[in-house]
Structures are given as C-alpha cells and as structure tokens.
Write a protein that binds this ligand. Structure first.
Ligand code: HEC
Length: 125
C-alpha cells in the first residue's frame, strides 16, 4: 500500500514536467499551444480518437455523425445547451449530454483547441 502511494506520487509528478511546448498531445497542462489550430491536424485527431467510434456508421449515437469536416462543423455551429451542441457536450454544459459518453472528459487543452477552431469559424483546413 505504501509502496503504491509512493509510486503513484512519483509517476504523477513525472507526468507533469515533460510535454511542455510540444504543442500536440493530450496534455492538459499549462503549455497548451493554441497558435496553430487546424481541422485536419488538431480537431480531427481528437474527434477521431474519442468520438467517431460511436458517431459513425448506420446508427450513430444520437443520430449524430462525426466523420468529417462537414458533420463536425454542423454540430460545432450549435450553441452550448442546445440539443446537439458539440461544445456543450464536451464541456458538459447544462442541457447537453456529457461526451464522450461513459468516458473521462476531454483534457482542458483539447477542449480549448476545439473551442479555438469553432471561434475561428470552423475552417476546413
Ligand atoms: C460510447 C459511445 C459514445 C462516444 C464515445 C461519444 N458519444 Fe456522443 N453520443 C452518444 C450517444 C448514444 C448519444 C445520444 C444520447 C445522448 O445524447 O446521451 C450521443 C450524443 C451526442 C451529442 C448530442 C448531445 C446533446 O446534448 O444534444 C453530441 C454533440 C455528441 N454526442 C458528441 C460527441 C463527441 C464530440 C464525442 C467525443 C468527444 C462523443 N460524442 C463521444 C454516444 C457516444
């Protein structure tokens, strides 16, 4: 038990130091690079890794497809709290179903990247 606690503390502090300045990845730390957000390089990898498993195919979750720019942008255009809102779902806003369903919330950094893309007008880049 004590050994586990020491290991947990040690591995936790180890996780917090690197990752800085790489601009990519899932790190929710202070080094969240929002300077070069694109659909293909930033938003799509997040959606594809966390959402597309359920939001694709003949009967996607909630009838919502998240399989390409057009379908992601369609949900992104809906304001938080309204049915189908991309940002509302991933920020767990009141009035939306928390996504990804049954899994941990996306990192703050990944949520910020998606918000940045939406605020930029959701370019297909
Ligand atoms: C395990 C399956 C699963 C995963 C993974 C998943 N979803 Fe969903 N999603 C669903 C189902 C089922 C619904 C419809 C039922 C509901 O709204 O709870 C839904 C509904 C939604 C809605 C509509 C919610 C609302 O409030 O109107 C949005 C938007 C959404 N998902 C986006 C996402 C995004 C973005 C991700 C990834 C970050 C994601 N989903 C991951 C299954 C999933």
């Amino acid at each position: 038990m004590l050994i586990f606690v020491i290991w947990a503390v040690a591995s936790c502090s180890k996780d917090e130091t690197p990752d800085q300045g790489t601009g990519g990845g899932n790190s929710g730390g202070s080094a969240c690079d929002l300077s070069n957000v694109t659909f293909s390089e930033t938003v799509w990898p997040i959606i594809n890794a966390n959402c597309t498993s359920c939001h694709s195919g003949a009967s996607p979750g909630g009838g919502i497809l998240l399989t390409n720019h057009a379908t992601v942008a369609a949900q992104g255009a809906i304001g938080s709290g309204n049915p189908g809102s991309l940002l509302g779902a991933i920020t767990h806003a009141a009035g939306n179903s928390p996504m990804p369903q049954g899994q941990a919330k996306l990192s703050d950094c990944n949520i910020s990247k998606i918000r940045t893309w939406i605020n930029a007008g959701m370019p297909d880049n």
